[in-house]
Design a protein around this ligand. Structure first.
Ligand code: NI
Length: 405
C-alpha cells in the first residue's frame, strides 16, 4: 500500500465534486437523449453507438458488440497497476410511457422505466472524471455497458464474450437508481443486497373427464391448488423466520371449459432467497412437497427449477470504498444503510468472479413526482442525482486503484 497524504485525497474529492457539478447540465442532456430513445434488450444499437463515441472522445480504447450489443471501454493510466471496472446497464422496457415529460420516450411502447438511462449516464460521467486524471492513474479503468439486464442475460453474454478476460478486473462497482431513497443520497451496505433468482415451472398431470363425474378422474386443478398452498409452507414453516425466502406463482394455465376437468395444469413462478442454504432447502422442498402433494391426489408432477442468478453480495472492501467515497463527496447525512431487496440483478454474475459493490443511488423527489417504482409507466427520477452517481463511481474507482498500489 502506498501512503498518500490527506491533501491529495481532499484534492481529488474536491476535483470530482466540482467537475461533476460543472457537467451536470451535460449529464442531464445526455440522459434525456437516451431517455427519448429507449431500446429493448439486445437491441441497444443506438445507445451503444452513443456510449462508444463518447468513450472514444474521452480517450478510451473501445470494444463494441461485446455479448451482443454491449460496449467495453478501457483507459490505461500513466503507470501499471490494478484494474478497476465500472458497470452500467443500457436496456429499456416494453412499457408505454405516461409521464408526459417533454423528453418522454419517442418510441411507442418502449420506455426507460427502470432508469437504465441514468446508469449509462452515471458511468459515462464517471468515465469523464477519470479521463480527466488519466495522467495520475496508476492502473487501468474498465467500463462495461451491458445489454439485456432486464432479461438477466446481458452480464452472462458479456462474460462469455471475454469482457472480464483481458484485462481481468480486480474490483467492480455498479449502481442502480432507487426512487424510494431521496435524491442526493447513496444507499450502500455490505453483504446481501439483492436476492438469488430461480425460475420455477411445474407440470401437473392428472386424468381429465366430465366435471360432473370427478370420481372417475384425477383432477390436476385441485392438485395445483393444493401444491400452491402447500409450497407456501416452505417459507412459513421450513425457513428460518430471520432468513428471507419467497415462492410466488405468476401463471396458472389449464383447462378449456367450465365443466371439463383437464388432463394437465402448468404453473410458473419465481423463487427468491439470499443464502445458499435457504436456496438449496427451497429447491429440495419444492420437489418434495409438489411431488408428495400431487401423488397423494392421484396426479403426478414434473418440477423444473432453473437457477437464473446468484444473489448480489457486496464485498467488504469494495463496500467500504463506496461508503468512504459517498461520505467524502456528500457527507454523512447522505449515506444510508438500505434494507435488502428480494429483486434480482445480474450484476451478481460479475461479483461471482470479482469482488465488487453494487449500491443504490437515491433519485426520489415527491416535488418532481419521482415517487413511482421501477417499471411503472409513471417512473421518474430527480436528475440532480446524476453528478453524485458519477462522482461516487469515479472516486470509488480512484480509491480502489490507490489502495491496491
Ligand atoms: Ni433495472
Amino acid at each position: 500500500m502506498k501512503a498518500h497524504g490527506p491533501n491529495e485525497i481532499l484534492d481529488v474529492v474536491s476535483l470530482f465534486r466540482e467537475q461533476s457539478a460543472a457537467c451536470a447540465g451535460e449529464l442531464v442532456t445526455l440522459r434525456r437523449d437516451l431517455h427519448r430513445h429507449p431500446e429493448l434488450s439486445f437491441q441497444e444499437e443506438r445507445t451503444a453507438a452513443v456510449v462508444a463515441s463518447r468513450l472514444e472522445a474521452l480517450g478510451f480504447t473501445v470494444r463494441r458488440g461485446v455479448g451482443g450489443t454491449g460496449v467495453v471501454g478501457l483507459l490505461e493510466g500513466s503507470a501499471p497497476g490494478p484494474v478497476v471496472a465500472l458497470r452500467a446497464d443500457m436496456d429499456a422496457l416494453p412499457v408505454q410511457e405516461e409521464t408526459g415529460l417533454p423528453f418522454a420516450s419517442s418510441v411507442p411502447g418502449r420506455m426507460h422505466a427502470c432508469g437504465h438511462d441514468l446508469h449509462t449516464t452515471c458511468v459515462l460521467g464517471a468515465a469523464t472524471l477519470l479521463a480527466s486524471v488519466q495522467h495520475l492513474l496508476k492502473g487501468t479503468v474498465l467500463v462495461l455497458f451491458e445489454p439485456a439486464e432486464e432479461l438477466n442475460q446481458g452480464a452472462a453474454a458479456m462474460i462469455r464474450d471475454g469482457a472480464l478476460a483481458s484485462p481481468k478486473p480486480d474490483m467492480i462497482f455498479g449502481l442502480h437508481n432507487h426512487p424510494e431513497y431521496p435524491a442526493g443520497s447513496i444507499a450502500v451496505k455490505e453483504g446481501p443486497l439483492m436476492a438469488a433468482v430461480d425460475t420455477l415451472r411445474l407440470d401437473i398431470r392428472g386424468k381429465g373427464g366430465h366435471g360432473a363425474l370427478p370420481h372417475r378422474d384425477r383432477d390436476p386443478i385441485v392438485a395445483a391448488a393444493s401444491v400452491i398452498m402447500n409450497l407456501q409452507t416452505l417459507v412459513s414453516r421450513e425457513t428460518d423466520p430471520l432468513a428471507a425466502a419467497v415462492v410466488s406463482f405468476g401463471t396458472i394455465t389449464g383447462g378449456t371449459a367450465n365443466n371439463v376437468i383437464p388432463d394437465t395444469v402448468e404453473l410458473t413462478g419465481t423463487v427468491r432467497s439470499f443464502s445458499p442454504e435457504v436456496r438449496a432447502a427451497l429447491t429440495e422442498g419444492i420437489r418434495r412437497v409438489a411431488g408428495h402433494t400431487t401423488t397423494a391426489l392421484g396426479c403426478t408432477s414434473d418440477v423444473t427449477l432453473r437457477h437464473d442468478l446468484p444473489p448480489v453480495l457486496n464485498h467488504p472492501e469494495a463496500t467500504q470504498l463506496v461508503r468512504e467515497s459517498a461520505l467524502a463527496l456528500a457527507g454523512p447525512s447522505a449515506v444510508v444503510e438500505p434494507t435488502p431487496s428480494m429483486g434480482g440483478e445480474d450484476f451478481a454474475l460479475f461479483q461471482e468472479q470479482i469482488p465488487g459493490c453494487f449500491f443504490w443511488l437515491g433519485v426520489g423527489n415527491p416535488d418532481l413526482g419521482a415517487i413511482h417504482p421501477w417499471h411503472s409507466p409513471l417512473f421518474r427520477a430527480d436528475e440532480m442525482s446524476l453528478p453524485l452517481g458519477s462522482s461516487v463511481l469515479a472516486l470509488a474507482a480512484w480509491n480502489a486503484l490507490k489502495k491496491s498500489v
